[in-house]
Write a protein that binds this ligand. Structure first.
Ligand SMILES: Cc1ncc(COP(=O)(O)O)c(C=O)c1O
Length: 398
């Protein structure tokens, strides 16, 4: 089928790349050891800090988010170290698998893939660890596979209350620059991020924001490392350079992304994501479908995962939506495969793009024969534009 107009990329990352960023990257490659690159690197390395809400260093790798996961581990821990991780969903499990492969001893807190990290268990595990064997608490802020977020401020509060010295490592891959995140205030030791979500860039950059405590841990950490070593990078970053050939054009894109986020203002960016998530959930409820995240306090503002009713394959629904309306939705991952579809509402998005997305889902439900009630799009619009009702009323009484 020939499609016209723009493809709707509504997976929860990679997100839509704004034309402004595409244009910013459309430049000749420059000498990465020359003065023009050094200026670019200095501006980016300074400009990215406020996005993490940190005054500390941010290390940027040419890698996917998984590379930045590995970098966080290799730079701070030693083989055999005990770490505490939470089964919140597919990505938490993938990070856990990586930790085990790299030789860490993982204490796992089970979960039902419908909530953020189990904070009661966190409290209990920390209290039971009188000898401070746990060297790091590792949480996924926003579990992209389920649309359930963990309150990182609460994790920090419980670690403080237990007077536990473990490092706090947070995967903010699908929350940074989209949901409220405060690296310094929450005293996160390593925040892990990627370029292809809230930063609105193509995939290809992995980021670590690093605390002073993490830098101290780095001095004694025994994991073998070379490419991922923070020290080599930090040393050369001082002069605006890298110990390897950096992805120059992605960095031009990052420069533009930082400008765009600052123009809108981070607080407005977060509010926009909250609104779009709220409208999406209103649509899903109106359709009579179940949201995977079962507690409102855990709702993600960047992705809503939705169960299809028993006997209706979510991948078939996604296929029908792609073929008919040229829109990509996120697949259910691991044990949610075929049972769940995910609506990404993050990054470069506005009200009409969201309304179009919800329309595509509602038409898809109809075409696929998935039992649902009509009116999800209207319910979403009502949340995006509640004053329409008031003006209607005003018109009626005028
Ligand atoms: C929360 C989370 N962590 C980790 C990853 C892995 O990142 P990447 O695919 O860039 O390696 C993703 C990817 O979607 C993610 O959403």
């Amino acid at each position: 089928m020939t499609h016209t107009g723009r493809h709707f990329l509504q997976v929860p990352g990679p997100s839509n790349v704004p034309d402004r960023i595409l244009r910013a990257m459309d430049r000749p490659v420059i000498d990465h050891r020359g003065p023009e690159f050094a200026r670019l690197a200095h501006e980016i390395l300074d400009g990215i800090r406020p996005i993490f809400k940190t005054s500390g260093p941010v290390i940027i790798y040419p890698s996917s988010g998984s590379g930045a996961w590995e970098a966080a581990i290799m730079n701070t821990l030693s083989p055999g170290d005990r770490v505490l991780m939470f089964e919140t969903g597919h990505f938490a499990m993938a990070w856990r698998r990586m930790a085990e492969r790299l030789g860490l001893a993982v204490d796992d807190v089970p979960g039902n893939w419908r909530r953020g990290a189990d904070l009661e268990q966190l409290e209990a595990r920390l209290a039971a660890d009188a000898n401070h064997k746990i060297k790091a608490v590792m949480v996924v802020h926003n579990e992209t596979s389920t649309g359930a977020a963990t309150r990182v401020s609460e994790v920090r509060r419980l670690m403080d209350a237990a007077r536990h010295p473990a490092l706090l490592m947070v995967d903010a891959i699908s929350s940074l620059a989209a949901m409220d995140f405060r690296h310094d205030e929450w005293r996160v030791d390593v925040t892990i991020a990627g370029s292809q979500k809230g930063l609105m860039l193509p995939p290809g950059l992995g980021l670590n924001a690093v605390s002073e405590k993490a830098l101290r841990a780095n001095e004694s950490a025994k994991m073998p490392r070379s490419y991922w070593d923070w020290q080599d990078i930090l040393k050369q970053n001082k002069d605006g350079f890298y110990p390897y050939t950096p992805p120059t054009n992605l960095l031009y894109g990052l420069h533009e992304s930082i400008l765009m986020l600052n123009e809108e203002g981070l607080a407005n960016v977060f509010r926009r994501h909250d609104r779009h998530a709220d409208a999406t959930r209103a649509a899903v409820r109106a359709w009579g479908l179940d949201i995977v995240c079962e507690r409102p306090e855990d709702y993600s503002s960047t992705v809503t995962a939705v169960f299809t009713p028993e006997g209706h394959n979510a991948d078939q629904l996604r296929k029908i939506i792609l073929e008919n309306f040229d829109m990509s939705l996120g697949a259910g991952l691991s044990k949610l495969q075929g049972k769940v579809f995910r609506i990404g509402h993050l990054g470069h998005l506005n009200d009409l793009m969201l309304a179009g997305t919800l329309s595509g889902v509602e038409m898809g439900l109809r075409l696929a024969g998935v039992p649902h009630r009509k009116g999800g799009v209207m319910a979403g619009m009502e949340r995006l534009c509640p004053s329409a009702k008031t003006s209607e009323n005003q018109a009626a009484t005028a």
